[in-house]
Design a protein around this ligand. Structure first.
Ligand code: HEC
Ligand code: HEC
Length: 420
């Protein structure tokens, strides 16, 4: 009896192991529907970047050069050692490798990649900014990031002949700094706010317009940061253009099986879709709140902040007409956006650990385990459902993500500080 029992135990053990590790059949022939879906993810399907009507210098080459200079300049911070590039480092696909970003102090969020981001209608994990130029203004004045302010920045540019010249060519002469305090901002500490309130309204406007122009130049630079063709894209293109037998060498069997899961059983493609692997929308995926923080309200609060932002598309510093601000005017703001965050791109995701809005998840193996378990959300509800993937399937899904990694299509001159 005992012997029989142990045989049964052994058999059950092998059955479970086989179920976990035996590879499922590889889709040698994709259905037409699957082919269309795979093709829709290919970088070749990425349309040219749309105009940004709120930024009239968005595609001006000189603006991109001024933006690049500002992006890498550590003088744009109160301790002269923080630049945009400190956290969005080109060598790490414009991330920093940290769980929580660190500028003048440690902040509450993880640094997202900027690759392909200009295609997004919303910025920040909660989408509280509706343009890339308006986003670029916030870190400059945030006390844990650059901790400088718009008046200090005006003094800095006025003291630098290269900046003064470039700015004048794009936007007209810099405003005069005579009669301005050394430091002032409506968003700063009480000293900066008092100084700001003591300025007359005309000067406040002039300074804020100057400030918005800096954001517009930085955004022009960021529009250069675009992904390059990966092995997955080559596979997708070949799938469309030639016979199924040829694709064998581009992706391994495990990677193809992972792709099959990505667009099928694992349902990743329902949010991570289009050539940038994001639907640019907001979802609650049950990621734990950052340790020591209450769960955030996410997009529910983000859209309300965006509507009240003086630098939004409808504001006086935008170059757009109100009719052009479609995203902002028609954005959803319902209760189901509580705890919802922006779907990030998965291009180059193998190079940008750790993951999620607070860097809560260290590795892709654990990210996939998170989706497989689909834990209950602390606030509102997790939209993703448990997947029931076997160990071998989880590994295949992970190996597929490696096929999305490739050098950027951005010209090398944009990937470091400008040579003087
Ligand atoms: C101290 C590190 C740090 C610095 C410095 C910094 N950022 Fe960021 N950046 C972050 C973090 C963290 C977030 C996400 C914050 C959030 O969503 O609340 C972010 C978000 C962004 C986003 C939105 C990304 C998305 O997915 O929507 C853009 C664009 C961006 N930063 C550009 C810049 C620019 C331009 C500068 C310089 C003016 C800059 N950042 C300076 C850390 C930094
Ligand atoms: C319901 C929409 C949705 C589905 C389905 C979904 N994701 Fe996500 N994904 C998101 C959102 C939103 C985030 C950001 C969540 C956060 O930061 O808390 C994210 C984050 C990620 C990240 C981290 C990226 C980074 O840069 O931090 C990876 C990797 C990822 N998802 C892979 C997958 C895979 C693989 C699947 C399929 C098993 C999947 N996702 C299914 C919406 C989704």
């Amino acid at each position: 009896m005992k012997k029989l029992l142990s045989i049964v135990v052994v058999l059950v053990f092998f059955a479970v192991m086989a179920w976990n590790f035996a590879a499922p059949p590889i889709p040698s022939q994709w259905s037409e529907e699957q082919q269309a879906l795979i093709s829709s993810l290919s970088l070749a399907k990425l349309p040219p970047l749309a105009d940004d009507p709120s930024n009239r210098v968005a595609d001006n080459p000189l603006a991109a050069e001024l933006g690049q200079r500002l992006y890498f300049d550590t003088r744009l911070s109160s301790n002269k050692s923080v630049a945009c590039a400190s956290c969005h480092n080109p060598e790490l696909m414009f991330t920093d490798g940290l769980s929580l970003a660190m500028g003048l102090a440690i902040g509450p969020r993880h640094t997202p990649s900027l690759v392909g981001l200009s295609y997004s209608p919303w910025f920040y994990w909660d989408g509280r900014k509706d343009s890339q130029w308006a986003q670029a203004l916030a870190p400059l004045e945030a006390s844990h990031e650059h901790a400088t302010d718009r008046v200090q920045l005006l003094h800095l540019l006025a003291s630098d002949s290269v900046y003064t010249e470039m700015y004048a060519q794009l936007f007209g002469p810099l405003p005069t700094v005579l009669n301005l305090p050394g430091s002032a901002s409506p968003l700063g500490d009480s000293r900066q706010q008092t100084a700001w309130n003591n300025m007359d309204e005309g000067s406040q406007r002039t300074v804020s317009r100057f400030f918005s122009n800096l954001g517009k130049a930085i955004a022009a630079y960021e529009r250069k940061i675009v992904p390059g063709t990966s092995r997955f894209d080559e596979y997708a293109e070949q799938l469309i253009n030639s016979s199924a037998t040829q694709q064998g060498d581009l992706l391994s069997n495990a990677e193809i099986a992972g792709l099959n899961l990505f667009i099928g059983k694992a349902q990743c493609v329902s949010c991570h879709n289009s050539p940038l692997f994001t639907n640019n929308e907001f979802h609650n995926t049950g990621v734990l709140a950052v340790s020591g923080q209450l769960p955030g309200m996410g997009r529910y609060e983000g859209i309300r902040t965006a509507r009240n932002d003086p630098f939004n598309c409808l504001g006086e510093f935008s170059d757009a007409s109100p009719q052009q601000c479609i995203e902002l005017r028609f954005a959803r703001d319902e209760n189901d956006l509580v705890g919802a965050l922006k779907t990030p791109t998965l291009r180059n995701v193998t190079l940008t650990a750790p993951y999620m809005h607070g860097g809560q998840i260290a590795s892709l193996t654990e990210v996939i385990k998170h989706y497989n378990d689909a834990p209950t959300s602390m606030l509102s509800h997790n939209e993703a459902k448990p997947l029931g993937l076997r160990a071998v399937e989880r590994r295949q899904l992970e190996s597929f993500l490696y096929t999305l990694t490739a050098p950027l299509a951005t010209a090398a001159k944009w990937l470091s500080a400008p040579a003087d």
